[in-house]
Design a binder for this molecule. Structure first.
Ligand code: GDP
Ligand code: ZN
Length: 456
């Protein structure tokens, strides 16, 4: 990949391969208008739908359909774009493609149309990614969020952060460069205030981006608990299948079981772990180790207990070693199972900041409280107004920016070191610019656009 825009005219089938009522061939680049003229026999009127025969080099008719011409820069790619909407059969599409190539176009690489739109400043990188995410979306929610990203909702948030950072950098750098002006930026509190404000905003964006990534990629949910708590039964209740082996013999689930389900179109990856206990059995011990690997990667951990033997609703009390190993209870939900036997009421309560849900995996009562809870975590309530789609790389970049701001804060308050603060602010800005593609390596661009389909 070379990220200078070449002068090639590219062509690809824009519609999915196979048979369909209509199939679309799209061209972009300087030869589009000449190729258009040859195929339809005249210069097409910009943005006008011509219903015409499509001719080959010998003036023989290949197909007939709609021809559309969008001269640059007012086109998807910013270049001259020509579109042929013919009959959607693989042979017809192939003939038209071959003809365009004979007339001087070359076949487009995956994602090359979007890549050109990005390089010609028709959209930024998050918007280009959102096109792929919109097409690949697996739920209505994901599609809505991808559309919002495409319309710039995510970029706008990132750009606001970048602008706030630039504002702060100008002030700090002026103080460094003109010490005679005597801006005491440490003493006057202005820098500290602005920095705190930016960090608060950043963590808001990070939270929304996390939800956006969960909606795009699905949420990893681990069900952890002692043998016989009912983990496998819950997995079955959620997935509606008998995929996990449910027995009353302790230590049945020895390996990690994975189930992919959709809750209202939202992808969930549910993992049933080996019962966590000290076991003399080698195989079971390996299973337990794997369980901990999964727990460390999970978006949500359901700690499941049998409410017959455990009265407490405090995870620290129920299972101190588990909480200690976990580090914190940020991602924890306590599930009290088997309420059909204890006659406790079902429902959700919050105890010491930890959601506690009472249910019966066997009868299914209260299971919908759990699914509502999981949907709320993924932002299914809030995203109807303004959520956007996000990817892991966006979250990594936001986290990176956050680390530089933390470091800058430390420089400011710990050492009053202006130069080092300025450097951290610059790095934070750069990390944010990676999201929208202003400061993105060719390598990363190649990977992003390379994962698109051809014709996108
Ligand atoms: P795991 O070892 O944590 O995976 O637990 P299982 O799902 O294998 O369940 C252990 C036993 O508890 C089985 O006999 C289940 O039928 C039973 N069980 C699980 N959930 C419930 C429940 O909500 N109510 C009742 N009465 N029994 C349950
Ligand atoms: Zn099990």
């Amino acid at each position: 990949f070379q990220y200078a825009i070449d002068q090639d005219t590219i062509v690809a089938q824009a519609t999915a391969p196979g048979r369909g009522g209509v199939g679309i061939i799209r061209l972009s680049g300087p030869k589009s208008s000449a190729i258009a003229k040859t195929i339809v026999g005249f210069e097409p009127t910009p943005r006008y739908a011509h219903y015409v025969p499509f001719k080959d080099a010998n003036n023989e008719q290949l197909d007939e359909g709609i021809a559309l011409y969008f001269p640059g820069p007012n086109s998807f790619t910013g270049e001259d774009v020509f579109e042929l909407q013919g009959h959607g059969g693989p042979v017809i599409m192939d003939m038209l493609l071959t003809h365009c190539v004979a007339l001087g176009a070359r076949l487009a690489r995956p994602g090359e149309f979007s890549e050109r739109a990005f390089l010609n400043d028709k959209m930024d990188l998050t918007q280009a990614e959102a096109i792929a995410d919109l097409i690949d979306s697996s739920s209505e929610q994901a599609a809505k969020c991808a559309l919002r990203s495409l319309q710039g909702a995510f970029s706008k948030r990132v750009n606001e952060l970048v602008e706030a950072l630039i504002h702060l950098r100008i002030y700090v750098e002026a103080a460094i460069d003109f010490p005679e002006e005597e801006i005491d930026f440490i003493g006057d509190g202005k820098v500290a205030n602005e920095l705190t404000g930016i960090q608060a905003k950043l963590s808001e964006v990070l939270k929304e981006a996390n939800q956006g990534a969960l909606i795009r990629e699905g949420m990893n949910v681990v069900i952890a608990g002692r043998p016989n708590a009912g983990k496998s039964s819950l997995l079955n209740a959620l997935s509606g299948k008998d995929s996990a082996i449910v027995t009353s013999i302790e230590g049945t689930t020895r390996d990690v079981l994975r189930e992919h389900i959709h809750l209202d179109g939202m992808p969930l990856h549910i993992i049933d772990t080996a019962g966590l206990r000290d076991s003399p059995d080698e195989v079971e011990r390996i299973g337990i180790q794997r369980a901990w690997d999964e727990i460390s990667k999970a978006d949500r951990i359901l700690m499941m207990v049998d409410s017959q033997s455990i009265d407490s609703k405090d995870p620290n009390e129920i299972w101190p070693e588990f909480i200690e190993k976990l580090g914190d209870t940020k991602h924890l939900t306590l599930v009290r199972n088997k309420v059909d036997l204890t006659k406790e009421s079902t429902g959700t309560e919050i105890i010491n900041d930890v959601p506690v849900i009472s249910l019966s995996a066997k009868t299914g009562e209260g299971v919908s409280d759990l699914t509502d809870h999981l949907k709320a975590i993924m932002g299914f309530d809030s995203t109807t107004e303004g959520g956007f789609i996000a990817r892991r790389r966006h979250i990594e970049a936001l986290n990176k920016a956050n680390r530089f701001l933390d470091a800058g804060n430390e420089q400011l308050h710990g050492y009053g070191a202006g130069e080092l603060l300025a450097e951290d602010l610059k790095e934070a800005q750069q990390a944010l610019s990676e999201i929208t593609g202003e400061f993105t390596s060719d390598d990363l661009l190649g990977r992003i656009f390379g994962s698109f389909c051809i014709g996108k």
